[in-house]
Design a protein. Structure first.
Length: 246
């Protein structure tokens, strides 16, 4: 069955009221008909099997036939990815694959070496696009929740709000402390923050600011990975060691 995300507020009295963008997608694009079955997820761990019961004007009603409750993030740490904004479409790739790999929240960063300088209305519209990408990636990967995408913020603001138990900084200036060494010495945490720079990484001053905020700098070895590769590689490792991969 096809699977879609809904707002929990649209569920009431055994039915789901569908309107707006989702209505257009179901009826205008996919051309679903009365009697077609589907799965609806509310982004908070609730999933509903249902059947399209009626279509009237710009509103559809889905009758719920079964309800399931899926724990969100059960037995896995909450992962926050603080990502320096890269140029082009690389951020979209990071968001898409990060959602697939279980990131719970994305924090887009402006740092000294970040090429896109997104501010004002342009920044708001870009975040909305990123939210759509994350939502679609969550649907396709059958997540029961949708990761949050925060507003674009300066690095200093992101560091001040990072209160996770484990805080990792990917930095090419670190040559001794490897990721394996750090993970082997840590009890599985409830939350992890991963800080990744844009193309060119972080300046030494920015890295020192991160370390002062409790981030542990780590190296991934002798190979230098692109920004869109480095963070995703670490996310996969974190999910293997502490999460639900493998």
């Amino acid at each position: 069955m096809r699977r879609f995300f809904i707002q929990k507020s649209t569920v009431a009295d055994g039915v789901v009221n569908v309107s707006g963008e989702l209505f257009r997608h179901l009826i205008k694009v996919l051309r679903l008909k009365v009697g077609d079955r589907m799965i609806l997820a509310d982004g908070e761990g609730g999933e509903y099997e249902g059947v399209l019961a009626s279509v009237e004007g710009e509103r559809a009603v889905v009758r719920i036939t079964a309800v399931a409750s899926i724990p969100v993030g059960a037995a896995t740490p909450e992962i926050v990815l603080l990502q320096g904004i890269p140029k082009g479409e690389r951020m979209e790739l990071i968001l898409q694959k990060g959602a697939e790999l279980g990131v719970n929240r994305f924090v887009p960063l402006l740092s000294s070496r970040a090429i896109p300088r997104l501010t004002g209305d342009k920044a708001v519209e870009r975040v909305r696009r990123w939210e759509r990408i994350v939502s679609e990636a969550s649907r396709q990967s059958r997540r029961s929740d949708i990761p949050a995408v925060g507003a674009i913020v300066p690095l200093t603001e992101a560091l001040a709000s990072a209160h996770q138990e484990v805080k990792l900084l990917l930095w090419e200036g670190e040559s001794l402390r490897g990721l394996r060494e750090v993970l082997e010495g840590v009890t599985p945490p409830l939350s992890v923050a991963l800080l990744v720079g844009p193309e060119g990484g972080f300046s030494r001053e920015e890295a020192e600011q991160a370390m002062a905020a409790g981030f542990v700098p780590v190296t991934l070895g002798r190979r230098i990975l692109r920004t869109e590769t480095a963070g995703l590689a670490v996310l996969a490792i974190l999910q293997y060691v502490w999460g639900d991969v493998g």
